[in-house]
Design a protein around this ligand. Structure first.
Ligand code: SAM
Length: 245
């Protein structure tokens, strides 16, 4: 069983998330376990406050170090992540690395203007889920939970969909289609109806390369194409140009 320990001032935010869909099923099957830690339980003043004004002035409040240090004493068995826009940008390879942990994964959701730096330094890692600012770390924690969970055995039905997904190979996934064959005058690419698995696989690789080049040139530049992939990419480019895709 993989355990997530979520440190949050708002554990109620996670209740529908933990109970719905694939995550809910994985909890039922005892593949996943969630433990919630409310930082206020480590505050000893009468208002159970965990924040204070920042030294040096400035807007907002900062989470104080004392409750965090006390809480960390109780989770020494865990790999400890602080979610923060100041962290390292989170990627699929981080998800794979965290999914292979052999200890609970603790996700600390910040609030207010952030966390006293002396407490930040106690974490094993700082993760940002993107170059934007959320009100709190809860949504970021959910993003990490979902991306890690779907890599664990038994969480999603078909593991093939994980290995073919965007980023797993360094590329974005190819375009997908479902019924009907013609919708709003747009037809599903002929090759996908052919039943020829080799040609379909090649078409998908070509489209995956084409899409990555257009949408994420940074990933495309890092990707080393084989000779076959170069041909498939050129073919996809030509088909797109000729309108025969
Ligand atoms: N003042 C902070 C800054 O400029 O970096 C932002 C604090 S934000 C309002 C409150 C909390 O939301 C953060 O402590 C963090 O836990 C979480 N958070 C916000 N954006 C995030 C992001 N992109 N990735 C991960 N966590 C984020």
């Amino acid at each position: 069983m993989f355990e997530f320990k979520i440190v949050t001032l708002f554990p109620e935010i996670f209740s529908p998330f933990e109970n719905a869909s694939l995550i809910g099923k994985a909890v039922e099957k005892k593949i996943l376990k969630f433990t919630y830690i409310n930082l206020r339980d480590y505050s000893h003043d009468k208002h159970r406050s965990v924040d204070d004004t920042p030294y040096g002035g400035g807007a907002g409040m900062v989470i104080k170090p004392a409750p965090v240090f006390e809480m960390l004493e109780d989770v020494k068995d865990s790999y400890k992540v602080f979610l923060t826009p100041g962290g390292k940008p989170y990627t699929q390879s981080d998800a794979a690395r965290l999914a292979s942990l052999d200890k609970p994964l603790l996700l600390f959701c910040g609030r207010y203007e952030g966390l006293d730096e002396r407490a930040v330094e106690e974490f094993d890692e700082q993760i940002s889920i993107g170059d934007f600012v959320l009100n709190g770390g809860e949504v970021a924690a959910m993003a990490v939970v979902e991306s890690v969970s779907r890599l664990l055995d038994g969480v999603i039905g078909n593991m093939d969909s994980v290995t073919e997904e965007s980023f797993s190979s360094g590329l974005l996934e190819y375009p997908q289609y479902s019924r009907p064959e013609i919708f709003n005058g747009k037809k599903v690419p002929e090759i996908l109806l052919s039943g020829n698995h080799k040609l379909i696989k090649e078409w998908r690789k070509g489209r995956s390369l084409l899409k990555t080049r257009k949408v994420r040139p940074d990933l495309f530049d890092k990707y080393e194409m084989s000779d076959l992939e170069k041909k498939l990419f050129e073919k996809a480019q030509k088909e797109e140009k000729d309108g025969t895709a």
